[in-house]
Design a protein around this ligand. Structure first.
Ligand code: URA
Length: 235
């Protein structure tokens, strides 16, 4: 990407930040103190997606600044990275009252912001932290316990990326064995960042066009990665 491209992407990201700061797409705007857009390196190869802001994040307008954030900082440091190297955001940009689980309609209202963030930041590796981010970004109902630590390839925000599901740091703070698994999964990130990205898979519309036919229904279906499954909250 040329530097002009990078500058344009940064400008678009700033515009998106301003939009999110005054977003009223769901009722959470009535109870939040500050929207939490996300923070870090706008050109990062590595992006983390958590669940939703907690009390401290809501107060400061920054992601992962509480205890879970301190653990995230420590795990990053252990693999030779810092917050300035990565971009960190959440599925929801506004805090759910009393830290309750995100609701499907809140995720649906907020997820276009996340796809835009991936499109503009252009990461190579996206780590999902916990069940909500993992289910949304993998487009699968399979819980974090079964998928964590194994990289997947997905189309996100119009790009092919490696997606690495990880336990949420808050779960790691509660259970020492989870913390050790999270630490072990973090240790695989540097090698994943070095791996060449696979060629993008053609969309249904591109396949239909190559075959000289119109895509079924005339409209390309939504990317499978972007369909959320939140009926089941089991890990
Ligand atoms: N937990 C999250 O999922 N996100 C934050 O920003 C903080 C805690």
């Amino acid at each position: 990407m040329s530097s002009a491209g990078a500058a344009e992407r940064r400008e678009e990201l700033v515009a998106l930040f301003k939009e999110v700061s005054k977003c009223t797409r769901c009722p959470l705007h009535e109870t939040r103190t500050k929207a939490v857009f996300g923070a870090g390196n706008a050109d990062a190869d590595l992006m983390f997606v958590g669940e939703a802001p907690g009390a401290e994040e809501d107060r400061q307008g920054l992601p992962f600044v509480g205890r879970a954030g301190q653990l995230l900082n420590q795990l990053l440091e252990e693999i030779g990275l810092s917050r300035e190297d990565v971009f960190i955001c959440n599925v929801l940009k506004s805090r759910p009252p009393n830290n309750r689980d995100p609701m499907p309609e809140e995720i649906a209202a907020c997820e276009p912001y996340l796809w835009e963030q991936v499109r503009l930041i252009q990461p190579r590796v996206v780590c999902t932290l916990g069940n909500f981010a993992t289910k949304l970004l993998t487009g699968s109902a399979t819980g974090i316990t079964r998928v964590r630590g194994t990289p997947q390839t997905h189309q996100l925000g119009g790009r092919t990326v490696f997606l690495l599901p990880l336990f949420h740091p808050a779960a790691a703070l509660r259970t020492p064995a989870v913390k050790e698994q999270l630490r072990g999964d973090f240790a695989t990130i540097p090698a994943l960042l070095q791996q060449p990205l696979p060629e993008p898979m053609p969309s249904a519309a591109e396949i239909a066009e190559a075959e000289g036919a119109e895509a079924p229904g005339g409209e390309p279906p939504p990317p499978i990665d972007q369909l959320g499954f939140f009926g089941d909250s089991a890990g």
